[in-house]
Design a protein around this ligand. Structure first.
Ligand code: NOJ
Ligand code: CA
Length: 595
């Protein structure tokens, strides 16, 4: 079992969460009790709002959204054909996972040309049309930037590996074999967890924190940094609106590679995520790129704790606008079970640090995580709809920019493949090889993948009841979840009570009530094991959010001095029975104005 856990922890990006969570767990109880920060300065906010604080981000996984040419792979023309759907959601921004040329070892997170579109996704003309189409609908575009590493098929790496005297040699990290075996470094996708790959042509090892087809770029080399900034300006000049910086907390390394004894799947994130000059690089990037445009910037990873995260986003430091942490997606046990108190503690603790300064990302799902209704809700038929709506209500009523992952607006669920042959993700497949080579239990590993695999959330979007859910007329690159016959966009679009229409109402509510964007967050009834309740306050405007995270009806007593000031702004049931208590239905979620 230990082997399975190690493989899983190392090979699923969900593991990043676990590690960060470990490091920050200690002070969560205190955090869950109060929030004493001063209310934000409303006048200042009204004067010059930052658009990225008021936006709702829709993360769109291009491979799986809409195929336009029957090759089974989603593409840019497919997205173009669905622009009106995006508009109908009310989202303000779309974040596209990487669409650059890539051999696809890690579905585009291994880039071989940063300035070209992946041919299976389309052409640069398609990209330009997509950008125009989004902008015409008032939607901004955020691009993924993957510069901790490139592909091993990038011309830089091809040249670098060919000769020790290549002009591109120092674009990567090398350890010459005559110095012996390099000091151990952990790789999350490697079949042996070994971040050093021996490369025969130059008798040297190269570093790869992810798969061996993702060699790490050498950020100590100013030429590498200038290449990256120039590439970012290329996209910014095209008029895109922001960057999501992949694995950026890992870019800074000590090029002497001192020994790091005791490095494991559990602690590598915190061992790697604050290398020398990390913040110098970000300030340089800000000067060279961000300061010249009106961009939103968000880094994947936030250091070891909320205080580290503030270093990335404190406006006075001129680095980034936001980061996102893994504490929430990392809670719970290996069966995916969690206590609501863990979720409350995480969000409340982070809110304390960010109550008056900096800005947070709010998310529960992504292409690296399982489906949110399967992970944090209850995807059994009786509860899938209310629990998916509850999670939407939560994301859209918290303090920070919400990131909503495509398909969650339909309550799409984990697919739970039973055979390794069904998986496409390098993490799942290499993890399987690792467990096998270590003689671990493959059935246990497969059981874990059903809960945590990234492929659970990468299955094609479910548009309708046609073959392959209307995603493709060909063979989809990853199987469509068979439940598309009942869970699909067309059916939900027609149903006013669907998860989809609840999602639209939640976004409209957030747009209408700025208290939900800027208002101070105050946790109520911290010890309640099934109800997550909090208030949001901005000047005179106040809202109460009450979320019943359980499959049972619950009564929740209104705190003394708190009075409902009108009907709910949002409710996932037709009615709300309210006297001195709220009588909540299973997974009921309400946002109510209060005095
Ligand atoms: C984080 C991305 O979100 C994930 O999908 C990818 O595998 C790694 N970074 C490596 O780029
Ligand atoms: Ca296609």
């Amino acid at each position: 079992m230990k082997n399975i856990r190690t493989a899983l922890a190392g090979l699923l990006v969900a593991s990043l969460a676990t590690s960060c969570n470990q490091a920050t767990k200690t002070d969560t109880t205190a955090a869950a009790t109060t929030n004493s920060a001063a209310p934000p300065d409303t006048a200042a906010l009204a004067k010059k709002p930052d658009w990225w604080k008021e936006t709702v981000v829709y993360q769109l996984y291009p491979r799986s959204f809409q195929d336009s040419n029957g090759d089974g792979v989603g593409d840019l023309r497919g997205i173009i054909s669905r622009l009106d759907y995006l508009k109908s959601l009310g989202v303000g921004s779309v974040w596209l996972n990487p669409i650059y040329t890539s051999p696809n070892d890690d579905n585009g997170y291994d880039i071989s040309d940063y300035r070209q579109i992946q041919p299976e996704f389309g052409t640069m003309a398609d990209f330009d049309e997509l950008l125009r189409g989004l902008h015409a609908r008032g939607i901004k575009l955020i691009m993924d930037v993957v510069v901790n590493h490139s592909s091993d098929e990038h011309p830089w790496f091809k040249s670098a590996r060919a000769s020790r005297t290549s002009p591109y040699r120092d674009y990567y990290y090398w350890w010459p074999a005559e110095k012996g075996t390099p000091p151990a470094r952990f790789s999350t996708f490697d079949v042996q967890h070994n971040a050093w790959q021996y490369d025969a042509p130059t008798k040297s090892y190269y570093l790869h924190y992810f798969s061996k087809k993702q060699p790490d770029l050498n950020w100590t080399n100013p030429k590498v940094r200038q290449e990256v900034y120039s590439m970012m300006r290329f996209w910014a000049d095209k008029g895109i609106d922001g960057f999501r910086m992949d694995a950026f907390q890992f870019v800074a390394k000590d090029p002497t590679f001192p020994p790091m004894p005791g490095l494991t799947a559990q602690n590598f994130v915190n061992a790697y995520n604050h290398g020398p000059h990390l913040h110098d690089y970000l300030r340089e990037m800000n000067r060279e790129v961000f300061s010249k445009y009106n961009l939103m910037t968000v880094a994947e990873g936030a250091g070891r704790n909320p205080q580290d995260a503030m270093l990335f986003v404190d406006p006075a430091r001129k680095e980034l606008d936001m980061t996102y942490h893994f504490d929430a997606v990392g809670i719970g046990n290996k069966q995916g079970k969690y206590q609501l108190s863990e979720l409350k503690n995480v969000f409340t603790k982070w809110e304390q640090e960010f109550a008056t300064k900096g800005w947070q990302s709010i998310y529960l799902g992504s292409h690296d995580q399982p489906r949110i209704v399967s992970r944090f809700g209850d995807d059994r038929p009786a509860f899938r709809v209310p629990s998916a709506k509850l999670l939407t209500t939560f994301l859209l009523s918290m303090h920070g920019t919400p990131y909503c992952y495509f398909g969650d607006e339909l309550g799409m669920t984990n697919i739970r493949f039973s055979s390794i042959a069904d998986y496409r993700d390098v993490a799942a497949r290499n993890g399987y090889e690792l467990v096998k080579s270590q003689g671990g239990s493959l059935p246990d590993y497969l059981a874990s993948l059903k809960i945590f695999s990234r492929d659970n959330s990468r299955t094609p979007f479910q548009w309708n009841t046609a073959a392959n859910a209307g995603f493709t007329t060909g063979t989809p690159w990853l199987q469509v979840n068979p439940n598309y016959t009942t869970i699909n966009e067309t059916a939900q679009n027609q149903d006013p009570n669907s998860i989809l229409n609840h999602f639209r109402r939640a976004i409209a509510m957030r747009k209408q009530h700025k208290v939900l964007v800027y208002g101070q967050y105050q946790l109520l009834d911290a010890a309640n094991p099934t109800i997550y309740a909090y208030t949001r306050t901005l000047g005179q405007e106040k809202a109460l959010v009450v979320l019943n995270f359980s499959a049972e009806a619950r009564s929740w007593a209104l705190p003394a001095g708190l009075t409902l000031a009108g009907p709910p702004w949002l409710n996932n049931y037709p009615t709300l029975a309210a006297t001195a208590s709220l009588a909540l239905q299973p997974w009921q979620a309400v946002v109510v104005p209060i005095r």
